[in-house]
Design a protein around this ligand. Structure first.
Ligand code: ZN
Length: 168
């Protein structure tokens, strides 16, 4: 397995729309394993393929509480439906480091996706898992959570990131 470099905003590749996964081959299994290793190392609760420069509709997640056994989840070609209970939730992103902001998300939803072998499944998600699913699907559509913030807030974050990258 290998750690993959995580793209950082404003990398233009984070703005591309990913294509559906069609081929469930050994290369895909390797990519999934590397994405899990990269996500746990970061650490984060979710990582989309677009964040490591692979334009496929695939994300890995683990929303298990701290000190609980891991609950790795692979979602491929995901779709959400029956969304409800919108609320403001604190959010962050491995591609927008050191920043957390409140974003309105559905607290409940249903997910339809394929697993790493290409088998379809559905699940009911709520709380952090529902939030993470929306966040990862956004990544696959080239969206970042900071897109939901006011332009003032977004500009403040962009300025901070520029400063971190090019310290005066
Ligand atoms: Zn993210």
């Amino acid at each position: 397995m290998a750690l993959l470099p995580i793209l950082q905003h404003p990398d233009p590749r984070l703005r591309q729309k990913a294509a559906p996964v069609r081929l469930f081959d050994a290369a895909l299994q390797r990519l999934i394993d590397d994405m899990f290793e990269t996500m746990y190392d970061a650490p984060g609760v979710g990582l989309a393929a677009t964040q490591v420069g692979v334009m496929l509709r695939l994300a890995v997640m683990d929303c298990a509480p701290k000190d609980a056994p891991p609950q790795p989840l692979v979602i491929i070609n995901p779709e959400m439906f029956d969304t409800s209970d919108r609320q403001d939730m604190e959010e962050g992103c491995l591609s927008v480091p050191d920043t957390n902001e409140k974003v309105a998300r559905f607290n409940r939803l249903k997910l339809r996706a394929l697993d790493r072998k290409g088998q379809p499944f559905e699940l009911d998600a709520e709380g952090l898992m529902a939030q993470a699913i929306q966040h990862e699907i956004d990544h696959l559509d080239g969206k970042l959570y900071i897109d939901y913030l006011s332009s003032l807030k977004r500009e403040r974050i962009n300025k901070k990131l520029r400063k971190q990258r090019h310290p005066a």
